[in-house]
Each structure stands twice: as C-alpha cells, then as structure tokens.
Design a binder for this molecule. Structure first.
Ligand code: UDP
Length: 384
C-alpha cells in the first residue's frame, strides 16, 4: 500500500504530530507532501520519512477567508494541484490531513484517478470556520472523498451536522506508544530543580497559545489557588496569535501572578515536562476535536483535568480517569486543582487508572491497524 499524505502546514500542531505517527508506519511506502517549510518537515526528515515541500501561495486562504478570497487564491494554485496530481500517480491513495490540503487533494485526485481520503481532525463548526469554508469542505468531502476518517465521535457529529454524509465517516482515534511517555523519576526531580519548581504544586498546560485553548481561564483559576501553585504554559502561538500571547503576559501582570506562571514556549520534551507536573489542565473554550494532550498526560501518569466539550468527553471518565469542568469556569477549575493538591493520593489512584486505560484504548498499533484496513478497502473502491 503506497500512500501520498498531504498537509498544508509547516508547523507541529496536533494534526501533524498524529500524521507523523501514521507516516512512520508507512515509512517505506509513503511520501508526505507539505505546502510550507518548517518544523514539521525537519521532524519528518529526522525520522527518515520521505517528505517534499511544494512552494505555496496558500497563505491567502485562511479559515475565515471569504468564499471569493478563497476562490481567487485557488486561481493561483493550479500549478500546485498539477504537481500533486503528478506525484500521486505513483501512489495508491491520497490521504489529506487538513481542510486546505483536502481541497487541493480533491482536484488532484480527479486528475490522477486516485482515491482520496480526508483525515478530518477539526470540528467543522462556526467556532472554527466561516460559513463559506464550511460549505466548501463539506461539499467537496461529500462528492470527491472515498472515506472521511474522523478523530472522534464529536468530529463525526459536527461533520454530519454541517451536512456531511454520515456513511462516509469512520472514527479512528489518535494512537500513542506508551513507552515513549515513560521517564525515570530522577529526570523529573532534575527538571524541577532546573525550572525552579521545588516545593511547588505544578499545573501544566500543553497547548499552542490561542484564545480557544483557554490559557487565560487557567491564569484566572490560579488566583483562586494558594501561592505555592505554579502554572507552566508549554506551547507557542503556532498560527500567528501573537496578540493573545501579549494579552496572557499582561494578564499575569494585572492579576499579580508574577513568577507563579512560566512561559516555556514550544517544547519537544513534552513527556519530561508532564512528568514534573502534579496536574495537567486542558482548558479549551470551544469543543476540542480530540485533545492529544489528555491521553499524553494519562500515559505520563499525571492527573488530568479538562473542559467538558467535544472529543474530550470520549477520553475522560469523570472522577475515574480524570476530571471534567465546564468551559470558561475558572472557579470550578481551581476547585479541582485544590482538591488534587490536598488529596494527592486520590489523584495518584486516578492517574494510575487513567494510565492503564489509555495504554490499551489508545495504542498506536490499533490506530495504524484500523487505518491500514481502511486504506486497503478504499484502494479497492470502484470508480477511481
Ligand atoms: N505539543 C508539543 N510541544 C508543545 C506544546 C504541545 O509537542 O510545546 C504537542 C502536544 O504534546 C500534543 C500536540 O502538540 O501532542 C497538541 O495536540 P492537541 O490535540 O492537544 O491540540 P491541537 O494542536 O491539535 O489543537
């Protein structure tokens, strides 16, 4: 089975990290085509996964671009589509990983007569996309795509609610290799020292800095916690949300949180950093399609609290494998932080149960097995 993966992004977001895991499985028989240079390309190269970057004019199309802006940009990218179509002739299936790449992949697949799979990792709703782009995504998926693989039931429901055909969809959750998240305890002790966290109850947030990831709610929650509670904000503004980053810094000053908040930027050592946290907080203010960070925290045996919306509801069994709090509710969030701080032994029991659960229910082997099963089926679909 030879697969051409297509992703428009050059950065390492959750969608790209998940694609990396699957592409590793097809290392000898795939090509990852990207439409931007960046850290994702570097990471693929480091891992020996074939990658090619096509120069892109795609910066003109944004999630909130108008229909006409999107159309005029499409006029500039025909050479890209032709190139993708040429490349795909050497592969059995085209698998697109993002909405923009799906639009290009769809036209390329019509030219090259290769079946198209859309790995949908977004909640297609007005929270994230404007109406025209939603309509385009759903219309193309319904007419050109052989299979829409969705990363959660929440993503599936949103696709169907937006007009997508339910029968096209198949849920395949993100998968992880539990061994990659195991760290010797002495690492955590050393890292705590390096970061000046001794004696602190550490709450970590591991998400790109973006308004809907809700880091501001965590800062607000910190004002309801004692002085020995510190927050680590791990992640950066991946898609130009620099105004939000400035607002977060300003909020720290205004709330008098001073050195109780550490901005660590984007880090490649997420599992080590989760190892130093007493609690991981996932605070999205809009429904999260999946929430990789939640399963990663479970695999690190670090307790997790997350906002109750979207795919998160499929990952956490409240009070058994983690905690759920309402979105935008700093007081409730602080309540869980303080509960966890006061009763660490109960939190450890929940974290251990979550580890057992996640290491079986979200194993990468199972994700890749299901994915390849569907790729084989798609390859044999008629009419391509
Ligand atoms: N991540 C990372 N370094 C950081 C912050 C986050 O590698 O500094 C990773 C994190 O471990 C997770 C991914 O980025 O694997 C984020 O995925 P998630 O599904 O939580 O959110 P998304 O970015 O897809 O919205």
């Amino acid at each position: 089975m030879k697969i051409l993966f297509l992703d428009h992004s050059g950065v390492l977001g959750g969608a790209e990290l998940s694609l990396l895991d699957i592409a590793r499985y097809y290392q000898d028989s795939c090509l990852v085509v990207l439409l931007a240079e960046g850290a994702f390309k570097t990471r693929l190269e480091q891992e020996g996964i074939p990658v090619q970057v096509l120069t892109s004019q795609l910066t003109g199309i944004k999630r909130d671009s108008s229909f006409w802006q999107s159309l005029s940009s499409l006029g500039q990218i025909l050479p890209l589509i032709v190139k993708i179509a040429q490349l795909s002739r050497n592969y059995d299936v085209i698998c697109t990983n993002t909405q923009k790449s799906m639009v290009l992949g769809a036209i390329a697949s019509l030219i090259s007569h290769r079946p198209l799979v859309y790995y949908l990792r977004d909640i297609l709703s007005a929270d994230h996309f404007n109406r025209a782009n939603l309509w385009i995504a759903v219309a193309i998926a319904n007419t050109c795509v052989a299979k829409v693989i969705v990363n959660s039931k929440a993503t599936q429901s949103a696709f169907v609610a937006a007009g997508g055909k339910a029968e096209l969809t198949q849920v395949i959750y993100n998968g992880f290799l539990p061994d990659r998240f195991q760290q010797p305890p002495e690492n955590a002790i050393q890292l705590r020292q390096e970061l000046g966290l001794e004696g602190q109850f550490v709450v970590g947030s591991f998400s790109r800095l973006s308004p809907w990831k809700g880091q501001h709610v965590l800062l607000e929650a910190l004002t309801h916690c004692p002085q020995n509670v510190t927050v680590l904000l791990v992640g950066d503004a991946l898609f130009g949300e620099t105004a939000y980053v400035e607002r977060l810094h300003q909020q720290v000053v205004e709330l008098g949180l001073g050195d109780r908040v550490k901005f660590l930027g984007f880090r490649a050592d997420v599992s080590s950093l989760m190892g130093v946290c007493d609690l991981v907080a996932h605070t999205s203010t809009a429904p999260e399609p999946f929430g990789r960070v939640i399963i990663e925290a479970m695999l690190c045996r670090t307790p997790i609290v997350a906002t109750a919306a979207g795919g998160v509801l499929e990952l956490i069994e409240p009070n058994r494998t983690g905690w759920l709090v309402p979105v935008n509710d700093a007081v409730n969030l602080a309540g869980v932080i303080n509960e966890c701080r006061i009763h660490p032994e109960q939190a450890a029991v929940i974290a251990q149960r979550a580890y057992q659960y996640a290491s079986h229910a979200f194993h990468l082997d199972e994700t890749c097995r299901k994915f390849s099963q569907w790729m084989e089926l798609v390859k044999s679909f008629p009419n391509f």
